[in-house]
Design a protein around this ligand. Sequence first.
Ligand SMILES: [Zn+2]
Length: 244
Amino acid sequence: MIPDLERLIRLQQLDTAADEARRKIADHPERTQQLDAALQSARDLLADVKGRLTAAQERRRVDEKEVAAVQARLAKYKDQLLEVKTNREYSALLHEIETAQNDIRAREDRILEIMMESDELTAAIKTGEAEFKATEKSVAAERAVLDAERVSLQAEADKISADRDALVAQIDRRVLGTFETIAKGRKGVAVAQALGGLCTICHVRLRPQVFNEIRKNSAIIQCDSCQRILYFVDTPEAPTPPPA
Ligand SMILES: [Zn+2]
């Protein structure tokens, strides 16, 4: 194989690896955002349950205060009962007493319900806090993985860049120009393997005399269809391409 063709194959490997590293690095902000969102949603969930407990406790305080007030009123009614002069006053007072007693009962029932609800919410907060801690821990671990990955990807990208500079310096200017032009127009892939008479990237069937030339790996030959620079690898175990 002529050295420039060999160098172009290597150059393509480096460019593809650099693209892959860049793509992974570019994915990181979104992955970080997903971690932030997971943590925030666990935090919101916990805050919601805590808010419901606070509201329940507030309702309970209001009812307890009201029960005390009605009880005081009730005691007064009972004292007044001893002093009434007429049957009419007496029955009106009895009615007030009954109303007050009903009110107290209703509020006490509600306080009981609130206490049960509060027990459930307190248990939910305990579970929620444990879940939040677990989420926090796993998010921190995933963030550490991302950080380490970013450092290693950056190191890899730097190494690729240095290797590329060294390699490019050895390639014929005109050949390199052809490579760069094709790479720009073909999403960064300027080199393709020819296999079984086909270009393995655009899958076009090559003219037999062209394919025979490519097999020699002794010149820079481009695919008629996709313009990529073709090379041949003699691999007896290579899969047979489907008939065109
Ligand atoms: Zn092609």
